[in-house]
Design a protein around this ligand. Structure first.
Ligand code: SF4
Length: 263
């Protein structure tokens, strides 16, 4: 059994508590217009040509995105950082793409982490079957759960899929008293209107296991990745938020009783 990983970040500080190792699995069922990691979407290994100049000579390099890893290779990678996890109350975060596309690959890795008392977090878009969630539900200590829109028409337009499954899985985790941090990718004028924020607050207020929302403000630094991968960038004219604009939205969420962090 193996999985395709496109990045492993050691000493990550924003993907859960403490010092973490974040493992990025390739493939995502969504196609968000603002995706900062377009290289994560295709479940297969991809490559592109990178040009470098050496002594005024143009040199072509083939760069691969994604690599096959066995379960044991990932476990070995995780074990390298155990001392940092122990010292910081950190652990491992599985991200993507959507890590639940690789549920069977993840299961033995999660069991290993649980046996070794390594904290586990799942950074998920929530778009996976209920059965997949149930199969790992007790192996995950913390869910970093993306909620992009409550309005389903907008969800379909900007991500390519309905949010019905995503919201139902959120209800499932909540019913099982799982610890959840909501992640809100905030895109100017797209999911940041008063109405969008009001709908989000009303949805989240139904649950008593959500007390933190992480705001992930849109930025356009990934434009060049789209060019390299020959994917059309669908938000060429969207401007990044000012810090005051972010603060206004943050205050609304805080006034509704949530702890809010922004990166
Ligand atoms: S869910 Fe995340 S990884 Fe998938 S397309 Fe959307 S932003 Fe990209």
């Amino acid at each position: 059994m193996d999985g395709i990983v496109f990045d492993i970040k050691h000493f990550a500080l924003h993907d859960g508590p403490g010092i973490r190792q974040t493992i990025f699995l390739k493939g995502c069922p969504l196609k968000c217009w603002w995706c900062h990691n377009p290289e994560s979407q295709n479940p297969k290994i991809e490559s592109y040509i990178k040009y470098n100049k050496i002594d005024d000579v143009k040199v072509e390099n083939k760069v691969s995105i994604g690599k096959h890893y066995s379960v044991n290779e990932i476990i070995n990678e995780i074990e390298k950082d155990i001392v940092f996890f122990d010292e910081s109350n950190g652990g491992v975060t599985f991200s993507g793409g959507e890590p639940l596309l690789h549920t069977n690959f993840l299961k033995p890795i999660l069991s290993h982490c649980n046996n070794k008392n390594i904290h586990t977090a799942l950074d998920t878009c929530g778009y996976a079957t209920k059965e997949k969630f149930l199969s790992i539900i007790d192996n995950i200590d913390l869910y970093l759960y993306d909620i992009k829109f409550i309005d389903n028409e907008k969800h379909i337009k900007y991500t390519g899929v309905s949010n019905e499954l995503i919201l139902n899985n959120f209800r499932l985790l909540s019913k099982n008293n799982k610890k959840i941090i909501v992640r809100l990718p905030l895109i100017p004028g797209i999911n940041s209107t008063d109405k969008d924020i009001e709908l989000l607050i009303n949805f989240l207020k139904q649950f008593n296991n959500v007390n933190q929302i992480d705001i992930l403000p849109y930025h356009n630094i990934s434009k060049s990745k789209y060019k390299r991968l020959n994917i059309k960038y669908k938000l060429p004219d969207v401007k990044e938020f000012t810090s005051d604009e972010i603060e206004i939205i943050k205050q609304k969420l805080m006034n509704a009783g949530f702890r809010v962090e922004n990166s």
